[in-house]
Write a protein that binds this ligand. Structure first.
Ligand code: EPU
Length: 425
């Protein structure tokens, strides 16, 4: 694993235009969906990221004939070699659990390693499994693997106990080949779920309500191939909106969809940033005075947990006291201790962090163990006095395409230092 670092000299105002990449969290389920049909499928605007490469590797092992060139995936599944997603892959990428629904529905059997806990929480998959059971699957947990089987899934009515994004998507994928109609209640309403519904419709399933709390889906005996263009990555765009807001920058996020970022844009405006929404993207101008805020993370259309760490950097520089309440993941404050080392004044109490704004942050060597926490440290580096070195940036590479190139193109002093040996602390 590359142990590259990101070296940032803070203080530059960001100015210019950044092109938003396709969404990682939309592309991952769409890649899994190629298993649902024997026809060719084409996905465009797929971001070239570590998580995507990992998903592609697993699909190839399973037997999918797949190419990935210039952000375009062409995939066809004529015959699978195996229906098992091994531990080694699932360990690296939790989203491999998205293979369960399609494999179960298409092959009648799937064996996927149980994902363990990860840096941001325990993250069980019980809600995925309950939805499969509602559709008639038998689930067994054996030697750390989930085994799911059903000769043919049957449409059913099911209510998710709590909102789950990939759980909703997995259930929809499974129901797309079930006999009859399924109705799912308390569904996730994220744009990624909406896109899933749209693509399953293209494949021949009848889907109604994707993007709302209740989704109806009528399965088919066979599904057709599809072509789909990825939606823009709302979290990547949101991260760069914050980069502009903290550096008194003027950035245009080309391709970003303001409809997917309503809660984030509202909070940025509340902080004093100027935002102009346009059909071709979002413009943001940061102001010297940053106002304090209260933020509570929530499922879409609420404020995304995936933007919580980045906002903590912004609020660290606000005039006054802010409060951040994390309601989705129980352990998503990995960035807090590192931001404190950079001079932020943060106090954790259970799921809440109180932030007293400081005049400035100071560069330091830092690292984080999850994707969005790592992104927040890069943001902190952009606005800190002196040099910040963010290590373990393979986390960033999982979710941000060429982050250093994009930021450098709008004036940031940031470089990737290749392959630094890591010294145990
Ligand atoms: N949960 C359960 N049981 C389940 C599923 C979820 O208890 O079976 C809990 C989770 O532990 C969490 C909450 O429900 O406390 C919500 O989790 P959800 O299932 O919605 O998360 P996810 O589908 O595993 C996706 C994104 C995450 C993003 C969350 C929340 C993908 C591949 N991942 O995860 O993205 O944080 O939704 O919006 O779509 C990221 O991109 O950095 C990232 C972590």
């Amino acid at each position: 694993m590359a142990l590259d670092k990101m070296r940032i000299v803070g203080g530059n105002r960001l100015q210019g235009e950044i092109l938003t990449s396709g969404s990682k969290n939309a592309a991952l389920p769409l890649l899994a969906m190629t298993l649902l049909t024997r026809d060719p499928c084409e996905l465009t605007a797929v971001p070239d990221l570590l998580d995507i490469q990992n998903m592609i590797k697993i699909l190839r092992i399973l037997g999918v004939d797949l190419t990935f060139l210039n952000h375009t995936v062409n995939a066809q599944t004529i015959k699978l070699n195996q229906v098992e997603a091994p531990y080694d892959f699932v360990r690296k990428m939790r989203a491999s659990v998205l293979l369960l629904g399609p494999l179960l529905a298409k092959c009648g059997f799937a064996r996927v390693s149980m994902p363990g806990g990860c840096a941001i929480g325990v993250r069980p998959i019980n809600l995925h499994l309950k939805a499969f059971e509602a559709l008639g699957a038998e689930i067994e947990l054996k030697e750390g693997y989930v085994e799911a089987k059903a000769s043919r899934l049957k449409g059913a009515e099911h209510t998710f106990e709590s909102v789950t994004v990939t759980g909703t998507i997995n259930a929809l994928m499974a129901a797309s080949l079930a006999v009859g109609e399924s109705v799912f209640h308390n569904c996730a309403q994220e744009p990624e779920v909406f896109l899933t519904g749209e693509v399953l419709s293209k494949m021949g399933a009848t889907v109604d309500g994707a993007g709302t709390k209740t989704i109806r889906i009528r399965g088919r005996n066979e599904l057709k191939g599809f072509r789909a263009d990825m939606i823009p990555d709302r979290i990547e765009a949101g991260t760069y909106l914050v980069a502009s807001a903290i550096t008194e920058g003027e950035l245009f996020l080309r391709g970003a969809n303001a409809e997917h970022l309503g809660a984030v844009i509202q909070k940025l405006r509340d902080c004093g940033a100027e935002i102009v929404e346009d059909v071709s993207g979002i413009f943001v101008k940061g102001k010297k005075l940053i106002l304090p805020l209260e933020i509570q993370t929530a499922p879409f259309p609420g404020f995304p947990t995936d933007m919580q760490a980045q906002f903590m950097v912004l609020l660290s520089l606000a005039r006054g006291r802010s409060l951040v309440h994390e309601t989705i993941f129980e352990n998503r404050f990995m960035h807090v201790a590192e931001l404190i080392r950079m001079g932020a004044d943060l106090k954790i109490k259970g799921p809440e962090v109180t932030i007293e704004g400081v005049q400035k942050l100071k560069g330091a060597p830092v690292m984080a163990t999850d994707l969005r926490a790592s992104a927040s440290l890069v943001l902190a580096g952009l606005v800190s006095e002196g040099v910040t070195e963010v290590s373990r940036i393979y986390h960033l590479d999982r979710g941000y395409e060429r982050m250093e190139t994009k930021l450098a193109s709008v004036g940031a002093d940031i470089v990737r230092i290749m392959n630094q040996p890591e010294v145990e602390k």
